[in-house]
Design a protein around this ligand. Structure first.
Ligand code: NAD
Length: 294
């Protein structure tokens, strides 16, 4: 069994990015610049944004954090988005989700210029992904694809079962695995909250991607011997013995599932760090105008 070490791989990719950015800077080119908009004080969002900004700095990117009060109106937030769309120095930006309930997330996502949508959430980029055109892949699926590629996991002809159909993880993951190409060519089954006999499908999987947000949902009896297991879930469970009173677990019961796997990602230290690196890879693509040209 091989543990796919997302932390180590993300560090390696960060070093590669830093080398490329240093070369760009040395030759007088423009250093990639990522901006992140954070609304309110949600603790998890603050941690995510802090990690993104820190990773940017470590890779030599320029970063800008735009903080807004939880009471900002939708119109005011749209103004922030328009300003970032128009700022030529900013190559790409993200608006950290979730947003406060009085703001319609769809309105904000649609307002982001697809050329700067390094989260890959805009329908134009999502559509390009579905058609196999060059695009900013959504960060978490991009991270998973990169892991499978770098660890040499064979996907062609394999049966992949994706659990969860969210717009940011499950659905794009199912599309990417079914596309033609190196990490692709799978036969894909997408299961979700309305699927009947879900464990029966999961048991048939050569590759399982679990993205539901339910602690330790995938148990050993649902996993075929030799399966590849990608655990996207990040769930807090109470643990009085832990320093902060909780610990993080994935959607997979790691202890009992890992011995059956050929490859597995741990939580933490698996998919999470790769998601941040994908954002940086997309920002570098944006600064090089790789997707949309000048
Ligand atoms: P979401 O809540 O938007 O979607 C969950 C999906 O799971 C839904 O499609 C739903 O149909 C399905 N689902 C829920 N309960 C189910 C059940 N009992 N059986 C079958 N399907 C069920 O979640 P999301 O944004 O896709 O995130 C999923 C998990 O991944 C969360 O724990 C989230 O924190 C984590 N996540 C991690 C990263 C990362 O970088 N590691 C990134 C995004 C999300």
């Amino acid at each position: 069994m091989t543990i796919i070490d997302g932390k180590k791989l993300s560090e390696q990719i960060k070093t590669e990015l830093a080398r490329e950015v240093a070369a760009i800077r040395d030759s007088g080119g423009k250093v990639p610049h990522l901006a992140a908009v954070l609304v309110g004080e949600d603790p998890a969002s603050q941690v995510y944004v802090r990690n993104k900004v820190r990773s940017c700095e470590e890779a030599g990117f320029k970063s800008t954090l735009v903080r807004k009060d939880v009471g900002i109106t939708e119109v005011e937030l749209l103004e922030v988005v328009n300003h970032l769309n128009d700022d030529d120095d900013i190559d790409g930006f993200i608006v950290q989700l979730p947003l406060p309930k009085h703001i319609n997330e769809e309105h904000i996502t649609l307002a982001i210029d697809p050329k700067k949508d390094v989260d890959g959430f805009h329908p134009v980029n999502f559509g390009r992904m579905a058609l196999g055109l060059p695009t900013y892949l959504p960060a978490t699926p991009f991270g998973i694809v990169t892991m499978l590629e770098r660890y040499g996991v064979e996907t062609a002809g394999k049966h992949a079962v994706v659990i969860g159909r969210s717009n940011i993880v499950g659905t794009p993951m199912a599309i990417l695995l079914s596309r033609k190409g190196r990490v692709g060519d799978c036969t894909v089954t997408l299961v979700h909250s309305r699927t009947r006999n879900l464990p029966e499908f999961v048991r048939q999987a050569d590759i399982i991607v679990a993205a539901i947000g339910k602690p330790e949902f995938v148990t050993a009896d649902m996993v075929k011997e030799g399966a590849v297991v990608i655990d996207v879930g990040i769930n807090r469970v109470d643990d009085p013995a832990a320093p902060r009173g909780f610990r993080l677990v994935g959607d997979v019961a790691y202890g009992e599932v890992a011995p059956k796997c050929s490859f597995i990602t741990p939580v933490p230290g698996g998919v999470g760090p790769m998601t941040v690196m994908s954002l940086l890879m997309n920002t570098l693509k944006a600064s090089k105008k790789e997707i949309y040209g000048a």
